[in-house]
Design a protein. Structure first.
Length: 118
């Protein structure tokens, strides 16, 4: 079982930055990759980025490459998503997930809202 808790959402102006965090716990979380997904109002859930705990594996959606950076802190059992150059199109609920695939999605956090104003 894996538990995931996201923090760091909020309201930011276009061009600004936010950092999301995902704290993982549970007996087996170390076996899984951690990913971020997002879901905008009226749209389906979209993959954003993923990482393994060593940091040797990272994978990004084309829409965020060069703007978002995913990182892991093993000492804190936490994965971060640094989001720069935000646009209103990045407005969504952001979810942390754990799993074994390229876009890990077996366990989910509760989500955190990111709103980018123009």
């Amino acid at each position: 079982q894996v538990q995931l808790v996201e923090q760091g959402g909020g309201l930011v102006q276009a061009g600004g930055s936010l950092r999301l965090s995902c704290a993982a716990s549970g007996r087996t979380f170390g076996r899984y990759r951690i990913g971020w997904f997002r879901q905008a109002p009226g749209k389906g859930r979209e993959f954003v980025a993923a990482i393994n705990w060593s940091g040797a594996f990272t994978h990004y959606a084309d829409s965020v490459k060069g703007r978002f950076t995913i990182s892991s802190d093993n000492a804190k059992n936490t994965v971060y998503l640094q989001m720069n150059s935000l646009t209103p199109e990045d407005t969504a609920a952001y979810y942390c997930a754990a799993g074994t695939g390229l876009e890990p999605n077996e366990y989910w956090g509760q989500g955190t809202q990111v709103t980018v104003s123009s």
